[in-house]
Ligand binder design. Sequence first.
Ligand SMILES: Cc1cc2nc3c(=O)[nH]c(=O)nc-3n(C[C@H](O)[C@H](O)[C@H](O)COP(=O)(O)OP(=O)(O)OC[C@H]3O[C@@H](n4cnc5c(N)ncnc54)[C@H](O)[C@@H]3O)c2cc1C
Length: 486
Amino acid sequence: MSASSLRMLSKTKQTARIVIVGAGSAGIAAATRLLEQGFRNVLLLEAEDRIGGRVHTIPFADNVVDLGAQWCHGEQGNVVYQKVMDQKLLEVTEPHYENFKCVRSNGEVLPETIADQLKKIAFDSIPERQTDLGAYEGSLGDYLNMKYWQEVAKLPPIDRNIAEEFLEVFHKFEASVEAADHLYEVSGRGHLEYWLCDGELLLNWRDKGYKQFLRVLMKVKDDQPEDLGILKGHVLLNKRIAEINWQGVDELTIRCWNGEIITADHIICTVSLGVLKEQHKQLFVPALPAPKVRAIDGLKLGTVDKFFLEFAAPPLPEDWPGFNCLWLQEDLEELRDSELFWLESVFGFYPVSHQPRILQGWIIGAHARHMETLTEEKVLKGLLWLFHKFLPFNVPQPKRFLRTQWHANPNFRGSYTFRSTYTEELRTGAWDLESPLLDVGGRPRLQFAGEATHKHYYSTVHGAVETGWREAERLNFYYRQRMSQL
Ligand SMILES: Cc1cc2nc3c(=O)[nH]c(=O)nc-3n(C[C@H](O)[C@H](O)[C@H](O)COP(=O)(O)OP(=O)(O)OC[C@H]3O[C@@H](n4cnc5c(N)ncnc54)[C@H](O)[C@@H]3O)c2cc1C
């Protein structure tokens, strides 16, 4: 046996060097679990100047806003919920995303009775665990259209234009849930791979934001909220990784963008699918095996961005729990010919819990990516034009404005993942992305975690956390088994 093989085999939980690339939810979950299991030499390398990744809570207006993950989705089987359920950190969000007004581009507000009927039909048409979708060949968009029009036909006659306008905006809303550019690229059958956790689906973190959950994971003390808790001394920020060399039996090497070399016995890579798509060919030496590359190609992620507008006082009348934008065909055609064309994919604005002076808006897809390239000033000007066009009252100039740029940031390159019809075509899935690269002795060398690697809870924080724990346990199992063989 070579000296390097012997050196590797002599490693224990105390001496094995584990590098985790990315300090988002998955990376933090992996690191905290490894430390809890007795590993000592755990290092998180993070490209940004902060931890959290797509959990990004920042001070804004009366307390904080979440630029990324905002809600804990569900209770049963949700590890985020289970971790904090005794601490009263979460509360049920007001039903703004159900009660919103539907406003047409001519300023007309749909009567509640019509809006409620169309909402019910549309929401009921989205299959969660509908078995008939299991055999459906087409896209989620086609399936939704089929169900929607079947049910609309059963109602007393409704203006067809209004029903179409509503369906259009509902498509955008649902595409934001999927993070797809549009629902025609989401696989109908693949949609069933996603498991909803039973219970309340929109639990918010009161005035603390989603970062509060990461503090719980890291065991941060209440009086030192910006501390790293048990991760103190284990995180290096501003450490963007340029290359991961995983060949050979000896130590693995990681090259940072500043040229620094870091060595490790195991690497857990948690970068987003967007980063993998753009960079995997340069990032990994040797190149990743074909099934892994197929998964990186075949799984998809899109862009969902948020707008936050802070006003001096609550901007909407009290009986307005938010609104969706329904475009009349002639107005849409005019818009498409103008430089404000990107506004077509801004689908609605809603209040934010514990933030009465804020309005939060959403934009999806290619138009979101275009919006990210515009100046903040231009984006705000566009949104104020939209308010003026749609709303039957004046919205004042906001005091402060911000928008997210999840795609433009090279450390994310998108928002979250979904299963597309192309994923099915390539017959790939999270299982291929998840599978670790082992050496000939079965030792995990390069492991993969992150929301995209979860078979059922992809696109969520609870999914990302489970994948971090999964990879920590993989190493724990390997070392426990080795010890028992000695
Ligand atoms: C707008 C938006 C809204 C969302 N809303 C919700 C929600 O309400 N509820 C919910 O459950 N989920 C939501 N999500 C999804 C959720 O945020 C993600 O699923 C989860 O945070 C992903 O965690 P992760 O650890 O897999 O990846 P990330 O958080 O992306 O972590 C990966 C880390 O790797 C770092 N990195 C990238 N490249 C490199 C490199 N070369 N070198 C070193 N470090 C690198 C990144 O900076 C990042 O910190 C939302 C996401 C977005 C964008």
